[in-house]
Design a protein around this ligand. Sequence first.
Ligand code: 13P
Length: 249
Amino acid sequence: MRRRVIAGNWKMYKTQAETRAFFAAFAPLVAHSAHCDIVVAPPFTALAAAVDAARGTAVGIAAQNVFWEKEGAYTGELSAGMLAEAGCRYVLIGHSERRQYFGETEESVAKKTRAALAAGLTPIVCVGELLADREAGKTEEVLGRQFRGGPGSLTAEEFSRILVAYEPVWAIGTGRTATPEIAAAAHGFLRKCAAGQFSAAAASALRILYGGSVKPDNIKGLMAQDELDGALVGGASLDAKSFAAIVNF
Ligand code: 13P
């Protein structure tokens, strides 16, 4: 049985003060939640506050992005080593918003993933199709391409240390969640890609999170699918009570 992961992606929300207030409310609500790994991804400026507030809890902190070089003249960027030193244990890579607005490509996803692994971080590699892809019957083609260019380009050892998040772009921030069946089918396809590229054992060990309008009232139905190994939650992770309700589904 794969251990589940419930992760919150705060995107560009929350100051340091808001981060401290969140953890003060959230930590007691998940103090006994040992059934899954819990992750919170604050913006860079709130990472130190989050690491500090999460100390002594089971909550792991994630960055939302990373650059692949160790150091250098790359104004505005942060290395995986810097994030690890700051107390991060995870990093989101290739989120659809980064692909859409910041030119993230399969190649940059692969480089960032390898850099994160080399620094001891657990990458959460995001994939997902656009509404137009799904409507054109191209979901598997897109997911296959994203898988091959990103996770599929790793070594088997590297692959064993990543998490994948399936986030259909049409379900992000829209209130339109994928049905548990649609999500499970996509996860099954990604697992098939992993089996083809690596091995059946690697595929069955891979943890795939679902993301896209996950809320306290739909988490149970989603988690009823064996294919879904957790959730990557945006909007509903900003409120301590609502994120705790998702963790404690
Ligand atoms: P929402 O939960 O707000 O739809 O966002 C999902 C997401 O993008 C998480 O990374």
